[in-house]
Design a protein around this ligand. Sequence first.
Ligand code: ADP
Ligand code: AMP
Length: 207
Amino acid sequence: MAKTIIFLGAPGAGKGTQAQRLSEEKGFIQVSTGDILRANVKNKTELGKKAKEYMEAGQLVPDELIISMIENELRKLEGKDIILDGFPRTVKQAEALEDLLKKLGRSLDYVILFDVSDEEVIKRITGRRIDPKTGKVYHVIYNPPPADVEVIQREDDKKEVVKKRLEVYHSQTAPLIDYYEKKGILVRIDASTDPNKVYEELIKVIG
Ligand code: ADP
Ligand code: AMP
């Protein structure tokens, strides 16, 4: 059966970095709700217009919008191994996901918690830079872009918004740790080390 893995953790914990590598090396499809939303904002779709203000303020986009968006995505990915990167982010989303997976005949294999301090997360997010052409993620200190690549900073990676995003993570998303722990499918990995070590840990878990 096709695998479904959830990457859970604070913004900036390194979920996208690891999901990109896992998709390159192991053929998983990365389903990043943040990336899908940003593409919708860029293309000025109805969903993008509704989501924009929440994203700029560092708040969560309403559950109903996210749940129907993810349903559309997952229907396209039948039979594929997927990583849900940045979804679910509320208990309501997690409950909707359970129903959706049942409906699509998919299992939920692992929920990986990227464990890292707020202090480190702030350093990672404020230093994050993106190559808008390829979507590749860099960091001004930890993973500087090559000299010929022109990078940009996400608006919501600026310090004022980052604080709000962390508050939202702790109040609305962190309860999912307990939720999945009780179901016995949560695996914590130490995400505070360098990206290669984090990847090694990840591979140990998912095989
Ligand atoms: P998330 O998807 O969880 O929001 P990212 O994967 O985009 O996080 O990583 C946030 C920032 O931290 C990026 O600039 C990335 O290059 C950097 N980064 C990711 N993993 C690590 C790591 N293990 N050590 C140091 N920096 C990292
Ligand atoms: P990310 O790229 O994961 O950091 O997400 C960027 C922004 O998109 C978040 O701050 C939210 O505004 C929005 N977003 C992404 N995923 C979700 C989700 N599962 N639920 C609600 N909002 C989301």
